[in-house]
Design a protein around this ligand. Sequence first.
Ligand SMILES: [Zn+2]
Length: 460
Amino acid sequence: MLSGTYPHRHGIIANEWRDAITGAPEYCTGDTTATYIGHKTQPLDGTSPKNLMVETVGDVLRRADPRAKVIGISGKDRGAILPAGKTGTAYMYMTQTGFFASSTFYMPQHPAWVTAFNAAKPADRWFKKEWKALLPDEAYARSLPDRQAWYGQKAAALPMLMGAPSDEAPGSAYYSQLLRSPYADQLTLDFARAAIAGEGLGKDNVPDILSISLSGHDYINHRFSAESRFSHDHLLQLDRMLQDFFKHLDATVGRDNYIATLTADHGFMPAPEFTAQQGLRSGRIVGNQLLTRVNSGLEEEFGAGKWVSFSGSSLLLNKQLITQQRVDPDEVAEEARALLMEEPGIAAAYTRRELAAGSRIDGPFFGAMQRAWHVDVSGDVQYVLKPYWMFQSSSSIATHGSPYPYDTNVPILAWGPRWVKPGRVDERVEVVDIAPTVASWLGVAPPATSEGKPLPLPTK
Ligand SMILES: [Zn+2]
């Protein structure tokens, strides 16, 4: 959103992938040289923008004027770190404690306003409270009733208790549950208010950037699907939280002193069981079974060994085995693609040779796959699932990450009466257009690798 680029340039191809040479697991914001301040840190935890290969609007702004502050805040480490770019500061929600923390990549210790925010234990105020539906039942006629079989827990319904009945005090299970409720977003916005006050954002005549990533809707949709009443109610509650937040901005920063842009990183697929009920072909692919079949097919052709593994949305060739067996990696990739295409649920797959060639191919979504594939980071066979298909997962009943309209159509809203006139844009625009637009408002150049164009917004 703030780099104006696709993964083929910025290198963040997924949440997780494997090192293309060694096959070792990688995490998008992983960096073992940094740790969370005051919190335990695991090797693949997200602590820095090391893997981000490009600059963001905030980096350009801070280079133009180092007094500018750029702050990223989110329920998820990656939602805070990546928009903060290389030179901003990120704070993320910690499910160990319900606190917000930064990492040693950014600072040795928290400023006083962060310490004070956490000391009040604001996450604890929903413990043993119920998440209740905001509106009467008839307001949710467009959503699925609670307790659908595929929710996994028979009792999944509103009102929902925050914390387990047996819990005596808030713990990590409760703090994680808050992410799948409206309350982590409330906390995130509360922390954003504290950041505005603590850092004096918008106080002087040097512009600042505050990036707030509200993670709740994604967690809820993964857990209960976008057509659930949980998702519907969450969005209603978030809408009211945003109203309060904008009122707060008007009162503190001043209505004519900020521009707000609102967008989303993706849409969502419906749960496959729901689309199946509507007569559509859909399903869940068991990833490790698919991988076993592809590897068995490759063994028949090229000899014993584990030839491929998953990496992001691609199959990664085992480079050591290829060297050892003296086979042509392009031939292995071709065969892996052929085997993959025999699997149910796979719509298209492209090899490294095709993706790196930069042109050709009329196949479905080839251009989108090229932009989603990075030559140094991605694997060797990039694939697209058919609509309404997903990989089975213990944590998600629905997901995103496809090129289909239910997934790629997202809102882009801009508000700032001094700069943006009321109106709508009917031509096709993209999320990569946001960064050059923000850059033009700030009077700085777009990020160097930006491939968007300024949004054709109505202006005064
Ligand atoms: Zn997600």
